[in-house]
Ligand binder design. Sequence first.
Ligand SMILES: *Cc1c(COP(=O)(O)O)cnc(C)c1O
Length: 367
Amino acid sequence: MDPRGKERFAKLLHHRAAMLEKGEPIAPPLVSATTYHLPETEGASHSYGRVSMPTWEAVETQLGILEDAPCVAFPSGMAAISAALMAVLTDRKRLIIPADGYYVTRVFSADFLAAYGVEVIALPTHEMETADLSGGAVVFLETPSNPGLDCCDIALLAQRVRTAGGLLIVDNTTMTALLQRPLDLGADMVVAADTKAPAGHSDILFGHVATRDAALEERVRNWRKLSGAVPGAFEAWLLHRGIETLEVRLERMCASAQIIAERLAAHPAVSNVRYPGLADDPSHELARRQMSGFGFLIGFEMASEDAAETFLSACPLMTQTTSFGGTHTAGERRARWGDNVAPGFIRLSVGVEPVEPLWTAISAALD
Ligand SMILES: *Cc1c(COP(=O)(O)O)cnc(C)c1O
């Protein structure tokens, strides 16, 4: 993790202190009120729960320090993604999305955006850098892509998108703002599912949009207010608590993932290990330049669907779930959702277990 990321994180942990009066709680209070004392409409900090809520504001301030940019909170990653897309696909009608990225973004684009007249083009992440961007398209990038873990050069793509008069949105869910900085590399907007590592405990859905473009931010806030896609106060409160340990969790998770990826790559029952931290991974050189950690997701293949399912059920330190970024190591055979991967392909999300007992359990299940 880069030193500036660590400085931001230290500041994040103390962000409420400056505004506290004597005797006020250190943790933000959970305020779920819909209505606020409003004898007249001018000058009130809050008016109605669909417009603003103190507990989202606490988490937006925290996320804003993490991103070093204004953030708008949403009730899920998809709510943030759909808000970002709806905010910019009014004057632009071409959308380029990853063919190998998070599949719900693709289904949303095909089922809804295309029906509203948006031309949706799906391209593999490794072809994004050279894509035809004419006509000022909105480009939606996910790097490393989920689940294939291919990387794309954000700075290069941002430059090309800007030259073509387009707009670049990066889904930074797999890395978080601690490990990758798309806005610093030239992206116009970042979207992220805080459901994953930031919340970190597999118990809430949450998302956010970050942008340094005030007009885009305003448009996204307005979308939230008018569409009603607002986060709940309890979820915001739990995310605020989860983020406080994000940096220590990520450090453990990334360090363990590196060790496990190297050992998986050397195991005879495993092939095609993808982890950007492996020296021979196709994305390694770019990941070293562009990311300040290699993440906690590993992709690998076993010989067949049966072999993969047997391994997943045999490993006591691995939950079989469809999400990632939680405290528990989780594994899933992605072909069961129709992802375009081999039947024996497993996506592993490394958790915070001490690494040696974790590897002992994984290698016993592989054998
Ligand atoms: C999980 C995920 C999302 C969606 O997040 P939800 O909170 O489930 O709506 C979006 N993008 C990526 C890359 C994800 O992994």
